[in-house]
Design a protein around this ligand. Structure first.
Ligand SMILES: [Zn+2]
Length: 347
């Protein structure tokens, strides 16, 4: 017998699915926080329909604007705009806020700007988070699907089974390659049709994305990347596995080298050359390879490792990759830079 879901469970699920900032429920009705009214919710499509009504969309925009005005007005300080601008200027140019304590610098600013220079701690408390949130909001609006419920809904309507586009992270190995060769290459036409179904005049990001998807070179490049370089993603994933033997790890590196050597085209040739150069210059990798040979019972005459047999044994499961991601890099610094050198993915 099929399991019948209770009304309250169904409503809670909608709240979870479409965000608790949009909906809330008392277990009997579904209430839209944006429109401040109850929403028909017997069927799921009624909920999605509500989200795409002109009324809901315009209420969303209005609420967002009100929020921004409220943030700005909440400064009691009359100099709030000046403080915000000063803070932005400091952060965007990598000047640390505590430099405001420097008497010479502070006097110079007061003398020529003719305004009271707020204290560093005041700026830190009041301005940094406001600026940070403003930038984050702006970035979110530039992203096609992320945090845009109406577009996500459209995507879901057309391709219920297809996962949303992945977010690539520059500091995570291979996520770009994975997104191109496993997601965009395989689902090119589906993503394109979702984009074409959106109104390209509502956001610059949609317009740009459509232009890219209509560019034949992009399609050809994706095919090239998938067929010649896609396997690198698998190699990277395998190398991330902590339980592999040193022997297996080195084998992955060597297999990658030979596969790159077999593939054709000027781009792969360049990558292959670079890969070989990097490996050849890496003395640590040579030492690991010698260690592997000793562990495999091959008699190595060179004694350059200078390790005791007990120490060599400890390398049995040695990892040969080191990718220490500097996650602690100031997110503010990255966010508040000028647009040219900022990518939303760096945050
Ligand atoms: Zn609504």
């Amino acid at each position: 017998m099929p399991k019948v879901q209770s009304t309250s469970a169904k409503l809670r699920q909608y709240v979870e699915e479409f965000s608790s900032t949009v909906f809330k429920t008392d277990g009997k009705t579904l209430f839209c926080n944006i429109c401040e009214e109850a929403v028909l919710s017997n069927k799921r499509f009624q909920v999605t329909q509500h989200l795409s009504t002109a009324k809901h969309l315009s209420n969303s925009t209005r609420k967002e604007k009100m929020k921004q005005i409220f943030i700005k007005d909440s400064f009691e300080d009359q100099n709030s705009e000046f403080s915000l601008d000063l803070c932005l200027a400091f952060l965007a140019s990598d000047i640390l806020l505590w430099k405001l304590h420097n008497t010479t610098f502070n006097t110079f600013l007061q003398k020529y700007i003719g305004k009271h220079i707020p204290d560093e701690s005041t700026i830190r408390k009041k301005c940094v988070s406001v600026l940070y949130n403003e930038v984050i909001d702006r970035i979110r609006k530039e992203i096609v699907f992320l945090k845009a419920p109406s577009r996500v809904l459209k995507f879901r309507e057309l391709f219920r089974e297809l996962p949303l586009p992945p977010q690539s992270i520059p500091t995570r190995w291979g996520t770009w390659l994975e997104a191109t060769s496993y997601y965009y290459a395989d689902n090119f036409n589906s993503i394109k049709s979702v984009l074409l179904s959106l109104n390209k005049n509502t956001a610059k990001s949609i317009k740009n994305a459509i232009a890219l998807f209509e560019n034949r070179n992009i399609q050809n490049d994706l095919a090239y990347i998938k067929s010649n370089l896609g396997f690198i993603t698998e190699s990277i994933l395998k190398l991330e596995n902590a339980s592999l033997l040193l022997y297996d790890n080195l084998e992955i590196v060597e297999n990658t080298k030979s596969k790159l050597g077999q593939n054709k085209g000027p781009i792969v040739e360049k990558i292959n050359k670079k890969y070989k150069n990097v490996l050849e210059k890496n003395t640590g990798l040579k030492a690991m390879s010698t260690t592997r040979n000793i562990l495999n019972g091959q008699n190595i005459n060179e004694d350059f490792l200078n390790l005791t047999p007990g120490e060599v044994k400890k390398f049995r499961y040695a990892k040969i990759t080191s990718c220490d991601v500097k996650r602690s890099v100031s997110k503010y610094k990255n966010t508040l830079r000028s647009n040219e050198d900022r990518s939303f993915l760096k945050i």
